[in-house]
Design a binder for this molecule. Structure first.
Ligand code: TXA
Ligand code: MG
Length: 345
């Protein structure tokens, strides 16, 4: 398949490229587009034939539901039977932004979008290109992250070209995404609000907005998925780089010495913090993700480091742990899910 490359300025996308991409969506084709979290692989959420193409292009299991992107509260309201007016104080703060909210779905959303579930994940992104695209298409857009299933989500132009060129109608190229990690997912379709995936809007802030917010154990991803029925996507391995990733968890000194020992046997890259970078042995290649005091910077470079061609020339990637506060909870969730092995020292 010939993929049309559409280059846009992320701040001022203009109309021509947006119209071209929206035309592809309206014609039932797939379009890769940027959001503030990661790039998405979009199709009209109202067109089952187009939605099927998403599963094929990604190689995604059919039982893993897609989230639906909207460009207004009104459009969101059409996708759910719940009264969004009841949530206006929360929605005013969280939308548009990097948060997906799960509600009971309406008839407008075909079963293939939600993999047969009676709920739907709704996301109102804040990225100007994503918003303009949904508005111009005039329909909600179903979109998972635009990676081949199992790989780290794409956060740059290079990543989407690598995974999706030749598989989709169009790719919008608009530079790096902002947060570099997928949206926070909160389930509001049940009695108690439940955090399903940590993300850029952190659990501390969400807890203030949603008193009684449940944070199930799998959010920390310390344990293997044990068949919790809340979110089908949780049972699959995610974000895996092409070479083994070993996550070391423990005190800084123990982490550094364990990394040194592992790197003696295998040619290793260590993903580390600025604070500890100078303590690793010299034979270790270091990729500094950022300061432990600036976890947004660490998050934005994480998937890039897991996909970087230079890093993949090594035998293994070793990662330091990061504090589980703020967006750090999402960083540790992704690292633990991506890891081939976790060494606790
Ligand atoms: O930031 C993001 O959320 C990106 C951008 C493109 O919007 N999208 C994204 O989609 O990360 P995806 O499909 O890679 O991850 C969505 C997750 C999956 O784990 C899926 O199982 C879960 O959301 N999910 C979707 N609908 C759900 C539902 N109705 N109930 C529970 N989990 C759901
Ligand atoms: Mg994904």
């Amino acid at each position: 398949m010939q993929t049309e490359m559409i280059r846009l300025d992320p701040e001022n996308p203009g109309v021509d490229g947006i119209e071209k991409a929206a035309g592809l969506i309206k014609a039932g084709e797939l379009v890769v587009f940027p959001t503030e979290t990661v790039y998405g692989l979009g199709a009209s959420a109202l067109d089952p034939g187009a939605v099927e193409k998403i599963y094929r292009a990604k190689g995604r299991p059919q039982d893993n539901p897609l989230i639906v992107h909207v460009s207004s509260l009104e459009m969101a309201g059409e996708c759910t039977v719940q009264d969004l007016g009841r949530y206006s104080s929360i929605l005013d703060v969280l939308w548009p932004g990097p948060v997906t909210l799960i509600f009971k779905k309406s008839e407008a959303i075909p079963a293939c979008v939600t993999a047969g579930l009676d709920s739907v994940g709704l996301r109102f992104p804040s990225h100007p290109v994503a918003l303009r695209l949904i508005e111009a298409a005039g329909v909600p857009i179903a979109a998972p992250s635009a990676n081949i299933s199992g790989r780290p989500s794409p956060t740059s132009e290079e990543h989407v070209i690598e995974d999706m060129n030749g598989r989709v109608g169009g790719i919008i190229l608009a530079g790096d995404t902002i947060f570099g990690l997928e949206s926070t997912i909160v389930d509001l379709s049940r009695e108690k609000p439940t955090l399903l995936r940590p993300g850029p809007v952190d659990a501390e802030r969400l807890g203030e907005l949603l008193p009684g917010l449940e944070i199930p154990g799998f959010v920390r991803a310390r344990d293997e998925y044990r068949g919790e029925a809340l979110s089908p996507g949780l049972k699959y391995r995610h974000y895996s780089p092409e070479i083994p990733l070993i996550l070391i968890e423990g005190s800084p000194g123990a982490v550094v010495s364990r990394a040194g020992i592992l790197a003696r046997r295998d040619k290793s890259v260590v993903l580390c913090s600025q604070e500890l970078a100078d303590y690793y042995p010299v034979h270790v290649k270091k990729v500094v993700l950022g300061s432990r005091n600036d976890l947004y910077a660490v998050a934005s470079g994480l998937f890039k480091a897991l996909r970087d061609r230079d890093n993949l020339n090594y035998t293994q990637i070793i990662s330091e742990p990061f504090p589980e506060t703020g967006i750090g909870l999402a960083i540790m969730n992704r690292l633990r899910k991506a890891a081939w092995r976790i060494d606790r020292v």
